[in-house]
Design a protein around this ligand. Structure first.
Ligand SMILES: [Cu+2]
Length: 118
């Protein structure tokens, strides 16, 4: 019996050490007219990502179409919290979707980049 318990323990330890474990990751992002800060985040595929986004000036729009999320960040209201599972690798770029300043006119909208790596 003792031998069986040891074999099961070794098997479980091996399984845990080789499995890719997803993590819960959390980022706080400040949105303002020139940029989102941080403007780029990196997560691992499979991670459960939680973004808390707060505007420090005017309304901004966030549309993470690659992950099926869309919201408006309103400065007078509480922060927007978006959660998703990073289920695909790649670099995804999300420009602000609400006209927040003249920067929209010259292709310099605030932008959030999400890199999902293996
Ligand atoms: Cu904008």
């Amino acid at each position: 019996m003792k031998r069986l318990v040891c074999m099961v323990a070794v098997f479980v330890m091996l399984a845990l050490s080789t499995a890719v474990r997803a993590e819960d990751v959390f980022f706080e992002i400040k949105a303002d007219k020139p940029s989102y800060t941080p403007s780029s985040i990196t997560v691992k595929k499979g991670d459960h990502v939680k973004l808390k986004i707060t505007s420090t000036d005017v309304e901004h729009g966030i549309h993470l179409e690659a992950f099926g999320l869309k919201d408006t960040i309103i400065p007078e209201k509480s922060s927007v919290v978006l959660e998703f599972t990073a289920d695909k690798t790649g670099t995804f770029s999300f420009p602000c979707t609400k006209y927040c300043s003249w920067r929209h006119l010259v292709g310099a909208r605030p932008r959030l980049e999400i890199k999902v790596i293996e």
